[in-house]
Design a binder for this molecule. Structure first.
Ligand code: FE2
Length: 417
């Protein structure tokens, strides 16, 4: 009924301005229905509208090849706090490199929870097996597995248009390129070329020349910047591929009137502020002595090189243009990879990392022991705020001293074995 009234209303308003004939309450209802009807009809063409969704949750780094993590998943899916049939779970990468475990995990989630899932792959999904020589091929196979499940999506979705606060969820594919390197920490990255980072062995990417055939963006970083085996031109290539879908997403915001929220998601980190050691997101100064005073500063410095890319932040911030920024659109960005929880706002974007991580990281309070699916959006009322987290182990995990003690204890345990 309201849809018919809305269509008639929008037809009339193209010729005449007669809003004063309509009671303000009806004006609001008509405008709301009209906008919803428009958005849904345009996006339906792309089969990416999951209108019935009520709540959106996030999680990342399930690593269910670990038995304890698989057990965590089974138990969490049976918890009363878990997403329900009318909900959507965002998974920001790193379920497993193994196809069988990936399928098993998706089956557990879709059978126990019956919710929608939006998944973006992580570095573990890009690991090649014995008979595979291309990580791009591997990612393509991973997406094909996801397609077997009608409620698992790997492309952007308009979520919750049956309700008053719908949101566009946009998975962004990416990699790392050294652009988040910690300033003045190169002395901690000696011999980075030989750092035993598993991706350097198990991922196989096209050469820089091959990648450049498909993109017009030139890589901004070069080998002489101590990038070791980080592939050159890969983040630019993904950036270029993402643009095809982002054009459609941008047009949604051009036609919305501020009622539509935005949730972008990547596995990799979008800026330096999201690095585990970054303490004050409002500051661009990195305080090495104060922030790297833990037992493994060299790991922090090396991880920053393989953490993510500043191109991600550039791309997610390009979705909403300047005029649309005035509409006060809520933008959340969900990411994974570092296994160090975060939840903070920086320059109008809320960055959230809610990892399951490794059992040992949970034991050492680097990740909450009671990690759970995090509710971040309710399509009936809007954003769901969480506690602010800059550095979990300091803010809530017992502090740096306890962390240092736990690390020492673990080291002794390992040496005894
Ligand atoms: Fe990862």
């Amino acid at each position: 009924m309201w849809k018919v009234v809305a269509i008639l209303f929008s037809l009339f308003t193209t010729q005449f301005s007669f809003a004063f004939f309509v009671h303000p309450i009806f004006q609001h209802k008509i405008a709301q229905t009209s906008r919803r009807y428009y958005n849904r009809s345009t996006l339906r063409l792309n089969e990416c509208d999951i209108s019935e969704v009520e709540r959106i949750y996030c999680i990342s780094d399930l690593h269910t090849d670990n038995v304890q993590n698989l057990q965590w998943l089974t138990e969490s899916c049976n918890s009363p706090h878990a997403p329900k049939e009318k909900d959507c779970l965002l998974i920001a990468g790193d379920i497993s490199h193994d196809y069988k475990i990936l399928e098993k995990t998706l089956s557990i989630i879709t059978e126990s929870l019956s919710c929608h899932v939006i998944f973006v792959w992580g570095n573990h999904e890009a690991w090649c097996g014995k008979n595979m020589t291309s990580s791009l091929e591997k990612i393509s196979s991973v997406k094909k597995i996801c397609q077997k499940y009608p409620k698992v999506h790997t492309d952007f979705q308009l979520v919750g248009t049956d309700h008053s606060n719908p949101v566009v969820v946009v998975p962004i594919e990416s990699w790392y390129d050294g652009s988040l390197s910690l300033p003045e920490c190169e002395d901690l990255c000696d011999n980075f070329q030989n750092w035993p980072w598993v991706d350097f062995i198990r991922c196989h990417w096209p050469s820089e020349t091959e990648l450049m055939k498909d993109t017009e963006i030139l890589p901004s970083r070069k080998r002489h910047e101590n990038l070791g085996k980080i592939p050159i031109g890969l983040t630019e290539w993904f950036h270029y591929q993402n643009e095809k879908d982002l054009a459609k997403v941008r047009s949604q915001f051009e036609h919305s009137e501020g009622e539509l929220g935005l949730i972008t998601m990547t596995h990799f980190l979008p800026n330096q502020k999201t690095l585990p050691d970054w303490k004050v997101p409002s500051s661009s100064d990195f305080r090495r002595d104060e922030w790297l005073d833990h037992p493994v500063p060299d790991i922090s410095a090396k991880f920053a090189k393989v953490a993510g890319s500043d191109l991600i932040d550039f791309q997610i911030r390009s979705i909403i243009n300047k005029q649309e920024k005035d509409k006060d659109i809520k933008h959340l960005h969900v990411f994974g990879h570092s296994h160090r929880p975060k939840d903070f706002v920086h320059e109008n974007i809320r960055y959230i990392h809610n990892p399951v991580g490794k059992p040992v990281e949970r034991e050492m309070n680097m990740i909450p022991n009671d990690v759970d699916f995090q509710l971040i959006w309710d399509c009936r009322s809007g954003e769901v705020r969480g506690r602010t987290i800059f550095r979990y182990w300091e803010d809530y995990g017992g502090g740096k001293e306890l962390l240092a003690k736990n690390m020492q204890r673990r080291k002794r345990k390992r040496m005894k074995r």
